[in-house]
Design a protein. Structure first.
Length: 322
C-alpha cells in the first residue's frame, strides 16, 4: 500500500512539473533585451518587417483544386506549420539561439520552423508508442504495473524529440565534409586565376562559376549578394562560413582581408591554405580507414570465438556429463 502511494505521489509530481513547464513555455513572458535583439536580427535576416512570409497568391483554379482536395494531409501540414511558427516565436522570446543547430539546418537547406515542428510531431508519436510497447509486453506477460506505460510514454517522447537532432548532426557532418573538399579545390582555382592576371574579386567570382555543384552555388549566391549589399567578397565568404558553420571560410575571409591588396601574397596564402586542407582531408581519410580496419578485425575475432565455442561445446558437454 505504501509503495503504491509513493508511486502515485512521484507520478503526480512529475506530471505536475511537466504541466508547469509546458505552461511556462507557451505563456508569453516579458521580453528581455537578449530575446529582443535576437528577434530583430532574425527579422533582418529574413528581409521582412513582421517576421512572417508574404501570403501566397493562388489562382481561382488552384484554390478550387485545393478546396477539392481538402484532405487530412493538408490539414496536418497546416497544423505542423503553425506549430513550427509558434515554437520558433517561443525560441525568439526566450533567447534560445541554437547557433550550431541552425548552421546545420542552413547547410541542409531546411527551415528552422519545419525542424521544430518535426520534433514536436515525433514526440507526440512517442507518447503513443510507449503505451503500445507496454501493451505488447502485457500480451507476452512481461509486466502489469500501471505506472510502466507512463514512464515508457515519457521516455519514448523524449527520445523521439531528440531524434531529429541526431539526424541533422549526422547529415550536416557529411555535407560539411564535402563542402570543405570543394573549398580546397575552389582555393586552387582562385590562385590559378590570380596567376593569370585577374584581380581578387574577379578571380573569386570566376572560380565559383566553374561548376554547378551545390557548394559552389552557395558561394556564387554569397558573392552575388555581396555586390548587392555593398560588402566585399571576402566579407561575404566570412558571413557564409558563419551561417553554415564552415571554419575554413571564416579563416579565409580573415586572411583575405589582411592581404587583399597584395596579389602575390594572396596567391601564396591561398595555395598554402588549399594544400593544408588537402593534407587534413587525407589524414581524416586515413584515420577513417584505420577505424574501419579495426572494426573489421574485431568482427573477425568475434566470429572466430563463436566458431571455437561451436566446436568445443559438444565435447565439453560430454566431459561434464561423464
Amino acid at each position: 500500500m505504501n509503495s503504491t502511494v509513493t508511486w502515485a505521489v512521484v507520478v503526480g509530481a512529475v506530471f505536475g512539473l511537466g504541466v508547469y513547464a509546458l505552461v511556462r513555455a507557451f505563456v508569453p513572458a516579458r521580453r528581455g533585451p537578449v530575446s529582443t535583439v535576437a528577434r530583430i536580427d532574425e527579422l533582418r535576416a529574413r528581409g521582412g518587417i513582421g517576421g512572417y512570409p508574404p501570403p501566397s497568391v493562388s489562382t481561382a483554379g488552384g484554390s478550387s483544386a485545393g478546396a477539392d482536395q481538402g484532405s487530412a494531409r493538408g490539414r496536418f501540414t497546416e497544423l505542423q506549420a503553425g506549430i513550427g511558427d509558434r515554437l520558433a516565436e517561443l525560441y525568439r522570446q526566450r533567447g534560445w539561439e541554437q547557433r550550431s543547430l541552425r548552421a546545420d539546418l542552413a547547410l541542409l537547406d531546411r527551415t528552422w520552423e519545419g525542424f521544430l515542428a518535426n520534433k514536436v510531431v515525433l514526440a507526440a508519436l512517442g507518447l503513443f508508442f510507449g503505451p503500445f510497447v507496454f501493451s505488447m509486453g502485457m500480451v507476452l506477460g512481461f509486466g502489469s504495473s500501471p505506472f510502466i506505460p507512463v514512464w515508457l510514454a515519457l521516455a519514448f517522447a523524449a527520445g523521439f524529440f531528440f531524434l531529429p537532432d541526431l539526424e541533422v548532426r549526422r547529415d550536416a557532418k557529411a555535407k560539411r565534409r564535402d563542402f570543405r573538399r570543394v573549398v580546397a579545390a575552389y582555393l586552387d582555382l582562385v590562385a590559378m586565376s590570380l596567376a593569370g592576371g585577374r584581380g581578387l574579386p574577379e578571380a573569386l567570382k570566376a572560380a565559383a562559376e566553374v561548376s554547378d555543384g551545390w557548394a559552389l552555388r552557395r558561394i556564387q549566391s554569397a558573392l552575388a549578394d555581396a555586390r548587392i549589399t555593398g560588402l566585399t567578397q571576402w566579407q561575404a565568404l566570412g558571413r557564409l562560413g558563419d551561417e553554415l558553420g564552415i571554419e575554413e571560410l571564416k579563416d579565409l575571409s580573415t586572411s583575405l582581408a589582411l592581404v587583399a591588396d597584395d596579389g602575390a601574397k594572396v596567391r601564396a596564402s591561398l595555395s598554402a591554405r588549399a594544400e593544408t586542407m588537402r593534407h587534413r582531408e587525407l589524414a581524416d581519410i586515413e584515420g577513417s580507414a584505420g577505424e574501419k580496419s579495426q572494426s573489421m578485425l574485431i568482427a573477425q575475432l568475434v566470429l572466430c570465438m563463436g566458431f571455437l565455442i561451436f566446436l568445443i561445446f559438444p565435447a565439453g558437454m560430454r566431459v561434464f556429463q561423464a
